[in-house]
Design a protein around this ligand. Structure first.
Ligand code: ADP
Ligand code: ADP
Length: 233
């Protein structure tokens, strides 16, 4: 579903590459944890999936990234929006409306989805994420975990086949983090969505992962425990 072939990313001619020689395949319907310490290129790798690299962040891409068969060099992020949903670290940066159900509807408006389908997808997503009782709440009054679920929901209404999340639990306490991770696991198991999630705190996420991809710091030994298949790239 996601494929990196000998991928490198460099932000400036003078700087060391942010990624080099990455070979990676994330199969459809798996939850993949992208792990590694700060600064090793996790966000850059996610941005290469959503197309922000090479189209927006100034990173130069070599090699090839394909998502659901689409080459991200020839498809701009807008042209990948029905395939890849992206959730950043800070849910607040996502929100364009004030109320939970409006936020879930908003993401579909630019995709030209019919009003009755939009209404059905809002209902389905509220149920899926356990947000039905909060539908009329101002987002500002929600807890961190609830807000992160709204951010995820606002992307899911487009029915993306791939969901990319950059440290989605980093601002959450352990209970709220578990809620969010359980939602992601349900997405993978019930709907076959492919989830790629970056996190530097491995221990929090490893038990939910089908595949762990390590971007180790140069010279560091990689140690992981858990049921997942582990691949160092
Ligand atoms: P991580 O997510 O693992 O912390 P990043 O992908 O954010 O790693 O960063 C990898 C390297 O690329 C770092 O050296 C960082 O400073 C650099 N970098 C990331 N984004 C940019 C950007 N937009 N412009 C220039 N350098 C960047
Ligand atoms: P519609 O366009 O009318 O919503 P779809 O065929 O696109 O019809 O969606 C309906 C199906 O999508 C349902 O079977 C439901 O299980 C599934 N579905 C629900 N949520 C998602 C999601 N987030 N991603 C992909 N499929 C989903």
């Amino acid at each position: 579903m996601i494929r990196f072939e000998n991928v490198g990313v460099r932000y400036a001619d003078t700087a060391a590459p942010a990624l080099a020689g990455i070979e990676l395949t994330v199969p459809e319907g798996e939850l993949c944890l992208l792990a590694g310490p700060s600064g090793v290129g996790k966000s850059t790798l996610l941005n290469a999936v959503s197309g922000l690299v090479p189209h927006f962040t100034g990173g130069r891409l070599t090699g090839r990234v394909t998502v659901a068969g689409r080459d991200t060099r020839t498809h701009r992020p807008r042209e990948l929006a029905d395939v890849v949903g992206t959730v950043g670290q800070d849910p607040a940066a996502h929100f364009v409306t004030d109320v939970v159900e409006d936020e879930l509807a908003y993401g579909m408006e630019s995709l030209g989805i019919a009003p009755d389908v939009m209404r059905r997808r809002v209902e389905e997503t509220l149920d899926l994420l356990g947000l039905a009782e909060l539908r009329e709440r101002p987002i500002a009054t929600l807890s961190g975990g609830q807000r992160q679920r709204v951010a995820i929901g606002s992307v899911l209404t487009a029915h993306p086949r791939v969901l990319v999340l950059d440290e989605p639990t980093s601002a959450l306490d352990p209970g709220a983090a578990e809620e969010v991770l359980a939602v992601l696991q349900r997405l993978v198991h019930d709907l076959g969505t492919t989830v790629l999630l970056a996190e530097h705190r491995l221990e929090r996420v490893v038990q939910y992962a089908d595949l762990v991809v390590l971007l180790p710091a140069p010279g560091a030994a990689a140690v992981v425990g858990g049921p997942a298949e582990v691949m160092a790239v």
